[in-house]
Design a protein around this ligand. Structure first.
Ligand SMILES: [Zn+2]
Ligand SMILES: [Zn+2]
Length: 125
């Protein structure tokens, strides 16, 4: 099953802006660079503060812990509980997104973009 932005907007009657806010909080299903599957319990999923999502390998070896979208650093993505421990806050009620974002990083462009950022620890960016 795949869900498009327009399907989601229509279903919940959202404006473009509302969609973008919710989209930023989405649990994304794949690495943005290599398209590897990152299911909700994947220990190798990494996110930036905007929840741009990459696998640990790509964060380390391809983008050097510099988010190509915002310049921030990455942390391990927490696992959303699979079980309804409290108040319906679990994967069954808030499933991962099915809409993939595959936007591979161009190494030359990223090298130029990240040159100045890379030496700074994420908390100083
Ligand atoms: Zn990856
Ligand atoms: Zn980012």
């Amino acid at each position: 099953m795949s869900t498009s932005k327009e399907d989601i907007r229509a279903k919940y009657n959202l404006t473009d802006e509302e969609f973008d806010v919710i989209d930023a909080l989405a649990l994304r299903p794949t690495c943005e660079h290599c398209d590897k599957a990152l299911p909700p319990d994947a220990p190798e999923a990494r996110i930036c503060s905007f929840e741009c999502t990459f696998c640990a390998d790509c964060v380390e070896r391809v983008i050097g812990n510099v988010c190509p979208n915002c310049g921030g650093g990455f942390v391990p993505r927490p696992v959303r509980p699979a079980r309804n421990w409290r108040n319906g806050n679990y994967l069954g009620a808030f499933p991962a997104r099915t809409l993939r974002k595959h936007k591979p990083v161009n190494p030359a462009i990223h090298a130029a973009f990240s040159a100045e950022i890379r030496p700074l620890p994420p908390e100083k960016r």
